[in-house]
Ligand binder design. Structure first.
Ligand code: FUC
Length: 777
């Protein structure tokens, strides 16, 4: 191998390298507290994708609030109004005439009985709490030496305390292989456990009864024609006596107690709710017959660590790391996030932990609250909001090596393609499929809530996830069988839906909205960017798969006519077709910057648009909601400003983070957790550009936005597009080592600021670059 003058250092095949393991391992990723949770937002989450639970850890009255991800209000239903398309020409005309308020009146008239351009009903259904496992420990009010913790690597929540001479331990985990929540109570002296167990539900139409000797069953129904649900908790005590009453089980003087909780609903799919939840629960429990706690735990941890352990992050540690997590979070206001880099690393890993816990193959995808919800009327129904929030949940999936956790999103897409065909026809009279700004368990695709729901690019944005999954994994079969047909049909929708803007002749989407700003509009920049990305992935896929040449040609023709990114009079990237942006508008939505992140179109290769995007980004200033802080992190990373990206992470952690490190929108909303994890990864590694000369030579930008706050650190296991796994180590702001594992055998350029090396890789080989590398700053 030869090195250019601008070479980073030597690229040495692993076989010839002698190297020490990466420096000191990071502090264990652990959240811990010196007191029980007083509120739900202080409780600690566990989850197996399908079930989630929040553990309060109160010594005398334990509450384990749990969820199952198919328990929603409503029933199979098509929200589309078949005649809505009759309103379309008038709405379009009013927008074209510069009368958006007229368009609003047509789309959403005051008369509640009148025709409208929204779904039927106008609001979608809500995700529901399932039940509460309540454990009473008489006399344990006087607990001493209290501690509760959540170990992200072990995926076990543990509460420990002492009562007199006895030390008590509670362990809780949610196992994916077992599809169950497991609770174990132990004490260091035999015969010390007295506990009464109940399984309650906030749903009025539910009942709790004893079945057999040691199992409590909670059964109910959401509404007369809604979902039926059931959970069962089986108790296995060692030693002592067990006494069961009608709806509770009491244990006295046991040595240890094992509880296994399973839960199910009658949901089969969005069109069929005929399953028998009792049968499902019985089957889950039957599979776990005679399994010991140790074996349940071993299988669970092996499963969890296989995902979680792929990435480690060490940003250094200070004395703050020894404090309880809530105190660390509170002290940020005065001390700043730079004083506790290990908290930033913990928060990064927490995002990965939460994705594993709320999105596993076969489960529903992570909704606005992941899988955790205690409210009958949760904020925004705890749905899947597709004008930023749902997609943000999945930003870390590929990048932080949790590709499998992306699967539930793809399954949801398969469903909304079907319901979205009906909406395409009903609202626009065209083929293909469309999804607007929200969906729920019933795979609603019509515009909902209010006129802000008339935004037709939610589905196209989801297509971006299919394409990115292909870019990261190189899974051609996935591209051919799942991604391409879905993207093609989405492109078909836009091919028929887009209209020629009368002033410019460009193809624009109308009616639409720049999410949650202004009014009904034609051709908002974000839509044009998303459709451009969709069209390009269709064209590229057809070339890769070597078929559909004719269709790809047609799309390429439309692609060239799409309204471009425009630069306005202040030098800003315009948000709308007209140059009407108000300087310093710091709206929470970053919509016109979509093509900077998560899109990949805006790069320094086109300096004028790149600079205009930076201008708009600067106007937008700091975040407000948790997710708006979070979106700013990867955006600023993409323009290479690690310090500003860091300031947005700090803002999120200081202002919009709960004691249990859950993100706050206003209420709890999980997107900010996931967005921040993706953002931090984006600060350390980017892989979305190619060299100007060779489009096959993908660039891996190493430490593209390293903040001053993290001068020394290391990360292992990040994924890059093109099929690479990357470890990085840096010291005093300078990159000291790079390890690249090539999965697909593609070539790549490793770039560090002005320096680079190109490597041709072999699939399965590992490459190391170390020695005295150039300083970063
Ligand atoms: C979008 C945001 C809100 C909130 C909601 C769930 O509408 O503008 O802030 O996150 O989704």
């Amino acid at each position: 191998m030869t090195f250019s003058a601008r070479s980073l250092a030597g690229i040495i095949p692993l076989a010839f390298a002698s190297f020490a393991p990466l420096r000191a391992s990071p502090p264990p990723p652990l959240l811990w507290y010196a007191q029980p949770a007083a509120k739900w937002t202080e409780a600690l989450p566990v989850g197996n994708g399908r079930m989630g639970a929040m553990i309060f850890g109160h010594p005398a009255e334990e509450r384990i609030q749990y969820n199952e991800d198919t328990l929603w209000t409503g029933k199979p239903h098509d929200y589309a109004r078949p005649d809505a398309h009759k309103l379309l020409p008038a709405i379009r005309q009013a927008i074209a005439d510069g009368k958006p308020l007229e368009a609003v009146k047509i789309a959403n008239p005051k008369d509640p009985a009148g025709p409208r351009f929204l779904g039927d009903p106008v609001r979608q259904k809500a995700y529901q709490p399932f039940g509460d496992l309540r454990l009473s420990f008489p006399g344990h009010q006087l607990a001493a030496d209290y501690r509760r913790q959540l170990d992200l690597d072990a995926a076990v929540a543990r509460t420990t305390y002492r009562l007199g001479e006895v030390a008590y331990t509670r362990e809780v985990f949610a196992s994916y292989p077992a599809q169950a929540l497991v609770v174990r109570l132990t004490a260091d002296k035999p015969g010390s456990i007295d506990v009464v167990i109940r399984n309650d539900s906030p749903h009025r139409d539910s009942a709790n009864r004893l079945i057999g000797t040691g199992t409590l069953a909670l059964a109910g129904q959401i509404a007369a024609d809604g979902l039926r649900f059931e959970s069962r908790v089986r108790l296995i005590a060692t030693g002592g006596t067990t006494e069961a009453a009608e709806n509770k089980i009491g244990v006295k003087k046991a040595d240890s107690v094992l509880l296994i909780l399973v839960a199910a609903t009658s949901f089969k799919n969005y069109a069929d709710i005929s399953a028998d939840p009792a049968e499902r629960c019985a089957a889950y429990l039957a599979r776990l017959e005679n399994q010991s706690f140790a074996s349940l735990l071993n299988v669970h941890q092996a499963d969890h660590r296989q995902l979680f352990g792929r990435v480690s992050l060490n940003l250094g540690s200070t004395s703050a790391a020894a404090l309880p997590t809530d105190r660390r979070q509170r002290r940020l206001k005065e001390n700043g996030l730079a004083s506790d880099p290990a908290l930033a690393a913990l928060h990064f890993q927490y995002g990965r932990y939460l994705l594993i816990a709320s999105s596993r193959p076969g489960s529903q995808p992570a909704n606005l609250q992941g899988v955790w919800n205690e409210e009958m009327s949760p904020p925004w129904e705890s749905k899947f909001t597709t004008n930023i929030n749902f997609q943000m949940n999945y930003w870390p999936a590929e990048l932080t090596n949790l590709s499998e956790c992306h699967q539930p999103l793809f399954d949801l897409v398969d469903d909304v393609v079907v319901s979205g065909r009906r909406s395409a026809k009903a609202y626009y009279g065209v083929g293909g499929w469309v999804l607007h700004h929200n969906t729920d368990l019933w795979r609603a695709t019509a515009p909902v809530n209010n006129i802000g729901g008339i935004w037709p690019t939610g589905g196209a944005w989801l297509c971006h996830h299919l394409w990115e999954h292909y870019l990261f994994t190189g899974d051609r079969d996935f591209l051919a069988r799942r991604a391409y047909p879905v993207m093609k049909e989405a492109a078909q929708f836009f091919a028929e839906f887009l209209v020629k803007d009368p002033k410019t002749g460009w193809l624009v989407s109308t009616p639409s909205f720049s999410p949650e700003q202004g009014s009904l509009a034609s051709g908002p920049t974000m839509d044009q960017q998303i459709v451009r990305a969709l069209f390009r992935s269709v064209i590229e896929s057809a070339a890769i798969l070597k078929h559909d040449t004719e269709f790809a040609g047609k799309i390429a023709n439309l692609y060239a006519q799409l309204a471009p990114n425009q630069i306005g009079k202040h030098g800003q990237l315009q948000e709308w077709l007209d140059d009407v942006d108000v300087p310093d508008n710091n709206h929470r939505h970053m919509s016109p910057l979509w093509a900077l992140y998560p899109g990949t179109d805006i790069t320094p290769a086109n300096p004028s648009v790149y600079d205009a995007a930076k201008k708009l980004l600067t106007w937008r200033g700091a975040g407000s909601t948790g997710w708006s802080f979070a979106w700013r992190i990867p955006l600023w990373a993409r323009v290479g400003d690690g310090d500003y990206a860091f300031s947005q992470l700090a803002g999120l952690l200081q202002k919009r983070t709960l004691p249990n490190l859950f993100d706050l929108c206003g209420p709890f909303q999980i997107d900010g957790n996931f967005g921040a994890t993706a953002g931090v990864a984006e600060m350390l590694l980017q892989s979305h550009t190619f060299t100007a000369h060779d489009k096959a030579l993908r660039i891996l930008d190493l430490l593209p936005a390293l903040p001053k706050a993290w001068p020394t650190g290391s990360i292992t296991g990040l994924r890059a597009r093109g099929g690479f796994e990357v470890d990085l180590e840096w010291q005093d702001g300078a990159l000291t080592r790079v390890i690249v594992r090539s999965i697909l055998g593609q070539p790549c350029r490793l770039r560090l600021g002005r320096f680079h090396d190109d490597i041709a890789t072999l699939a399965g080989e590992t490459y190391i670059l170390d020695g005295q590398l150039k300083r970063l700053r």
